[in-house]
Design a binder for this molecule. Structure first.
Ligand SMILES: NC(=O)C1=CN([C@@H]2O[C@H](COP(=O)(O)OP(=O)(O)OC[C@H]3O[C@@H](n4cnc5c(N)ncnc54)[C@H](OP(=O)(O)O)[C@@H]3O)[C@@H](O)[C@H]2O)[C@H](O)CC1
Ligand SMILES: [K+]
Length: 505
């Protein structure tokens, strides 16, 4: 699903106005009416309602909402105009609304009284600022927003976007409405799906405002929401008359003396996702435990400190493989040379995770190839980029877009809302998954999932998008019958076939 930026919305409005000869007030009317209709499902018509109106078209939408709430049978609506001016369409709607009977309108001159009204309201409709917020929120807006956020016993419903939140980009430090519901127009805005911004959106509703399909189709966003339907289309097809060669030969390479678990989990996930043949390459000390973990995988021993002989011993397997997942539990001691030689010589798609990313962060980024998938969490991303972790978690989408282009590869920035970016910087925001994934080992499972999908024929980008979604979905299905605390990464891996079924059947 497309996610819009402010620029995408401005594009739509211009197309409608100039190419389809539609005055802007028509869209405002459609928006206000659709929002009011949705609102009637969210509160009773007897509720004490207060609509807060700002200077732009978001405020204009609020005025249309107030009118349609009255038309729909709400008993009384209080409207507070929090600005000295209104937009052109906002002013027209103000002139219409003031002729209505059951509406009480307050202005800045009567702000103190208006605040009392707000404080006694059961429903607060926030139409102070929309996608046009372009500077720090201060003064009256900040005061009113603080008041809304202090009031815990009212239902707060934001029109289009919680006032103060930007549609895209970094987290703002200024006051922002914390909504219970956000009713957004036509497309969700990028920040609405992603933590930490997501926290202020509440339940998200998307309403239709009558944008023609041909205009919707012309919108070229720089981010998309990952949905089950989309993933279904990306998944490599499996035929009845197939054999193991159709689903590829993959390699999981990593592990260290006391870290056999990571490669076990990646291997388990790769097999559970249907990989044709799996080879696991690990240090000799853990070869037996890895071999004994699963009968389905073929295990090879190496010594990281002897890069030449290790690479020679496994050369045949490496050449035969279709893709490799590298770095899980590998450690970063005495294996720099091995790592560098391996990645320089390996030409097939590579999924780099864990210590592989830490080793990569010491190398020039020119070694990265466009068929690679990097799967960092914010700390690993910080090592790769030199950015502060806080800069990454406060602005994950922009950071991921920027560095996927710079590294020219698929980048999976893991987090509460994982972002996947193509080498061209197009973002795909994942919404599956839950806090049960906040455990050591979850990333290793994800790596195996992505590897398996590449081996079965998905592009590195398609494998990353669908892998992240299915991994999250598997944990969501487990959560239906269990508490998140006890859901293990291995449970998530073992549940992958059910997740695939729920998408494909
Ligand atoms: N296609 C659609 O989706 C439609 C959306 N609609 C609604 O319109 C708004 C966007 O309207 P816009 O007027 O562009 O923007 P805002 O309502 O957000 O307000 C911008 C005005 O507010 C001023 N501003 C910006 N930031 C601040 C701030 N921090 N403090 C105070 N004032 C601020 C800004 O003024 P400047 O002159 O200072 O730049 C603007 O006047 C969208 O969100 C929808 O709700 C349409 O109704 C239908 C089509
Ligand atoms: K708003």
């Amino acid at each position: 699903m497309k996610l819009a930026s402010s620029e995408n919305i401005r594009f739509i409005d211009k197309e409608i106005e100039y190419k389809h000869n539609t005055p802007s007030i028509v869209l405002m009317e459609n928006a206000g009416r659709s929002i009011a209709e949705k609102m009637t499902q969210l509160f009773s018509k007897q509720s004490k309602i207060c609509v807060l109106v700002g200077s732009g078209n978001n405020g204009g939408d609020g005025l249309v909402v107030a009118r349609h709430l009255l038309n729909n049978g709400c008993q009384k609506v209080h409207v507070v105009i929090c600005s000295t001016s209104l937009s052109k369409d906002g002013q027209t709607n103000y002139d219409i609304l003031k002729t209505y009977r059951d509406v009480e309108i307050y202005t800045i001159k009567t702000l103190e009284k208006a605040k009392k009204i707000l404080w006694s309201s059961e429903v607060i409709i926030d139409s102070l600022l929309g996608i046009g917020v372009n500077k720090e929120v201060t003064g009256i807006y900040a005061e009113i927003i603080d008041l809304i956020n202090q009031k815990k016993d009212a239902k707060v419903i934001s029109v289009d976007i919680p006032s103060g939140l930007k549609a895209c980009g970094s987290l703002s430090k200024w006051p922002t409405v914390k909504a219970d519901h956000t009713i957004t127009l036509e497309f969700p805005k990028e920040n609405m799906l992603i933590y930490p911004h997501k926290k202020v959106v509440g339940k998200l509703h998307v309403v239709d405002i009558g944008i023609p399909k041909m205009v919707r189709d012309r919108v070229r966003p720089s981010s998309y929401q990952v949905t089950a339907n989309f993933v279904k289309k990306l998944l490599p097809k499996h035929r009845e008359d197939s054999h193991k060669g159709d689903y590829g030969t993959g390699i999981v390479l990593g592990g260290n003396t006391n870290m056999a678990g990571a490669v076990k989990l990646s291997s388990l996930a790769a097999v559970r996702m249907g990989i044709g043949v799996l080879h696991t390459i690990v240090p000799n000390e853990i070869k037996n435990t890895v071999q004994n973990y699963m009968p389905e995988n073929i295990t090879w021993a190496i010594d990281y400190s002897k890069s030449r002989s290790s690479l020679n011993d496994t050369a045949k397997v490496l050449t035969k493989s279709d893709a490799m997942a590298l770095g899980m539990g590998m450690g970063t001691k005495s294996n720099d040379q091995f790592f560098e030689k391996l990645i320089l010589s390996y030409k097939k798609p590579l999924v780099v995770d864990g210590d592989g990313l830490n080793l990569l962060s010491k190398l020039p980024k020119g070694v990265i190839k466009s068929n690679w998938v990097l799967t960092p969490h914010p700390k690993e991303m910080s090592r790769l980029t030199g950015l502060e972790v806080s800069d990454i978690v406060e602005n994950p989408v922009e950071v991921c877009k920027h560095y996927s282009k710079q590294f020219n590869c698929t980048l999976v920035l893991k987090g509460a809302s994982t972002v996947i970016c193509s080498p061209k910087g197009i973002a795909f925001i994942n919404t599956s998954g839950n806090k049960s994934l906040s455990k050591g080992g979850s990333g290793d499972v994800l790596t195996g999932v992505i590897l398996s999908l590449i081996c079965a024929g998905a592009t590195p980008l398609a494998a990353a998008i669908s892998g992240v979604y299915i991994h999250g979905l598997s944990s969501d299905l487990l959560l239906e019958s269990q508490n998140y605390r006890g859901i293990l990464p291995s449970d998530v891996a073992n549940h992958l076939p059910k997740a695939i079924n729920s998408i494909t059947q």
